[in-house]
Design a binder for this molecule. Structure first.
Ligand code: 5GP
Length: 204
């Protein structure tokens, strides 16, 4: 009997280092997680590749995807659309592969409503001050954009209650190991395992 893959939602405030931790996790190819490539209306940054980092769309194309029901969730973040194509998620789960979504909190909330049995992990900053330093040091944004991101971050921290687990990102390797361990534990959760065995018995 084929077991379904896990839908893993990895989220947290802007600037907390979700992308870095996610890349560290994905350097472990043996884990076999699928990465959910998001669609976005933002312009590619240097080095980003269409179809690998994001599916880069115009606003019109993105809105078309919304209308066609092609997105599991979507949100507008700092003036751009971001969303998760639903088909890849569906396929992975049905093929028994874990699919990993790295998304902001508004989108995570939508997924929680549609797919409560997912695994929801919140990456938290060691402190708001450190979060601020990280955003400033990134050096790619105006003061106004930074202030906007910080305000958003405070609101997002309030949203921690939607999640199953909170991992503090004080060290990328330690945080990524914790996420990997949480996923491993989730596969052993009694309710999930029991369901599979019961299905096998019922199929007999
Ligand atoms: P960035 O522009 O820095 O790549 O991403 C900005 C924010 O959008 C990050 O917090 C990132 O996790 C989030 N994000 C990326 N893809 C998606 C998505 O498909 N849906 C949602 N809701 N947020 C996303």
């Amino acid at each position: 009997m084929k077991t379904k893959g896990l839908l893993i939602v990895f989220s947290g405030p802007s600037g907390v280092g979700k992308g870095t931790v996610r890349k560290e996790i994905f350097s472990h190819e043996e884990l076999g997680f699928q990465f959910s490539v998001s669609a976005t209306s933002r312009k590619p940054r240097p080095g980003e590749i269409d179809g690998i980092d994001y599916f880069f769309k115009t606003r019109e194309e993105f809105e078309e995807m919304i209308l066609n029901g092609e997105l599991l969730e979507y949100a507008e973040f700092v003036g751009n659309y971001y969303g998760t194509p639903v088909e890849a998620v569906r396929n992975s789960i049905n093929e028994g592969k874990d699919i990993f979504l790295e998304i902001e909190v508004e989108g995570a909330k939508q997924v929680r409503e549609k797919f409560p049995e997912g695994l929801f992990i919140f990456l938290a900053p060691p402190s708001l001050e450190e979060l601020k330093n990280r955003i400033v040091n990134r050096g790619t944004e105006s003061d106004e954009a930074i202030a906007g991101r910080l305000k958003t971050a405070r609101e997002e921290i309030d949203m921690m209650s939607l999640y199953d687990y909170v991992v503090v990102n004080d060290d990328v390797k330690v945080a990524s190991e914790k996420v990997i361990n949480i996923i491993a534990a989730e596969h052993c959760r009694r309710t999930r395992v029991e369901k599979i065995y019961r299905q096998i018995l019922e199929a007999k």
